[in-house]
Design a protein around this ligand. Structure first.
Ligand code: AMP
Ligand code: FES
Ligand code: ZN
Ligand code: ZN
Length: 319
C-alpha cells in the first residue's frame, strides 16, 4: 500500500521511528537534522568551535555527519574534511573515493592522508605482522585513526574533531567498558571530550541517532557512500555478540540504547574522576601526548617500519 507523508501528503519513504509517523524524503531529512541539532544543543557540542575537522571514512555514518553538519551549521562553522586511506585492500580505496565525492559535492575543503605514503605502513601490513606489532588489527587501526585525526586537527588549527559514532556504537562500547571493568574509558565515550593540551576536543553529533537512521538519511539524500564491512572486523567474540543482544533488546524495549547511554552520560560520567591524566608525557619521537616515552602510534610505526628496513638489509646481504 502506498503510504503518504503525514506532514505534506507526498509519497512516504520511511518512518520517523518504528511505530511513528511516515515521512517523505524532504521531511525525513529535516526530521533527522532536527535530531542531530538537538544533540548538538543538549551537549553544547559546538561551544567555542569556529573551525571543525570532520572525519569522514566514506561509510554511511560519517557521510551522514558531514551532510547534516553542512546543512545545519555550514554558514557559521568552517568545516574541513579529513579522510584517511588506511591501506586495506579492496576496502580503503572505494571508501576514500566516496568521502572525496561528498566533500566535493558540498564544496568542503578537505585533506586525504595516505598511511603508506605519509607514515610508511598500512593496516593490512599491521594485520599480517600482528605478532610483531603485538596488538589486534582493529586496536592498531583505532590508534592510527585517532593519532592522524589529532595531528591534522592541530595542523589545520581546528577547534574540534567530529566523528560519526552513532548510538549503536556508543551504547555497545559503553556496555563493553562496563562489562570489562574499564570504567575510566567511559569518559572517552561522552558526546564531547574537552581539549587536553595537544589532544584536540572530540565531538560526536550522531550520539543519539541509530545506524538505521543514518542509513535512511544518506539514502534519502542520495549521497554516495561505501557500505562494505571492513575485512579485519572480528566476526566472533564479545563485540558482535553484545551488539546482537542490544539489537534484540531494542526490539522488545524500544529506546533502550538511548536510555542507557543518556543516563550514563548524565548521571555516571560526572562522578568519574579520572586518575591523573594518563597521557601526561610527550612522545620523544613525534612530540605528541604519550603515556610513556614513546606514543602508541610511534611504537607501532617504528616496529613495522624499522623491521621492514632490517628485512630489506638482510635480504640484500643474502643476495
Ligand atoms: P570506526 O572507528 O570505523 O567505527 O569509525 C568511527 C568514526 O571515525 C567514523 O564515523 C569517522 O568519523 C571516523 N573514521 C573512521 N575511519 C576513518 C577514515 N578512514 N578516515 C577518516 N575518518 C574515519
Ligand atoms: Fe580499521 Fe577495519 S577499519 S581495522
Ligand atoms: Zn512530506
Ligand atoms: Zn609519537
Amino acid at each position: 500500500m502506498l503510504r503518504r507523508c503525514t506532514i505534506c501528503g507526498e509519497r512516504a519513504v520511511a518512518r520517523a521511528a518504528p511505530g511513528r509517523r511516515y515521512l517523505c524524503a524532504k521531511h525525513y531529512a529535516e526530521h533527522f537534522e532536527r535530531r542531530v541539532a538537538r544533540t548538538v544543543e543538549k551537549y553544547k557540542l559546538l561551544r567555542g568551535v569556529e573551525r571543525l575537522l570532520v572525519a569522514v571514512s566514506g561509510g554511511k555514518d560519517s557521510v551522514a555527519l558531514l551532510h547534516a553538519l553542512h546543512r545545519l551549521y555550514g554558514d557559521r562553522v568552517e568545516l574541513v574534511g579529513l579522510t584517511i586511506d588506511l591501506g586495506i585492500e579492496g576496502y580503503s580505496s572505494p571508501q576514500v573515493e566516496a568521502a572525496k565525492q561528498n566533500f566535493e559535492a558540498l564544496g568542503v575543503e578537505y585533506r586525504v592522508v595516505r598511511l603508506s605514503k605519509e607514515y610508511g605502513f598500512t593496516i593490512d601490513e599491521a594485520s599480517r605482522r600482528r605478532k610483531l606489532v603485538r596488538r589486534p588489527t582493529c586496536s592498531v587501526c583505532g590508534i592510527v585513526k585517532r593519532y592522524i585525526m589529532n595531528s591534522v586537527a592541530l595542523e589545520v588549527s581546528a577547534d574540534a574533531v567530529a566523528t560519526g559514532h552513532n548510538l549503536d556504537d556508543l551504547s555497545l562500547f559503553t556496555l563493553m567498558s562496563i562489562a570489562q571493568g574499564r570504567v575510566d574509558d567511559l569518559v572517552k565515550l561522552a558526546p564531547r571530550t574537552e581539549r587536553a593540551g595537544r589532544l584536540v576536543s572530540r565531538i560526536r553529533p550522531l550520539a543519539l541517532v541509530s545506524g538505521k537512521e543514518t542509513l535512511t538519511y544518506v539514502v534519502v539524500l542520495g549521497a554516495p557512500f561505501h557500505h562494505e564491512n571492513c575485512p579485519h572486523a572480528p566476526s566472533d567474540g564479545l563485540r558482535p555478540k553484545l551488539s546482537a543482544m542490544l539489537e534484540a533488546l531494542e526490539d522488545s524495549v524500544p529506546e533502550f540504547r538511548r536510555m542507557m547511554y543518556t543516563n550514563i552520560v548524565s548521571n555516571l560520567l560526572p562522578r568519574i574522576t579520572r586518575p591523573a591524566e594518563v597521557e601526561t608525557q610527550t612522545c620523544m619521537v613525534c612530540g605528541m601526548p604519550a603515556s610513556g616515552k614513546t606514543c602508541s602510534f610511534c611504537r607501532i610505526r617504528l616496529r613495522l617500519v624499522e623491521s621492514g628496513k632490517n628485512r630489506v638489509a638482510t635480504s640484500s646481504l643474502r643476495g
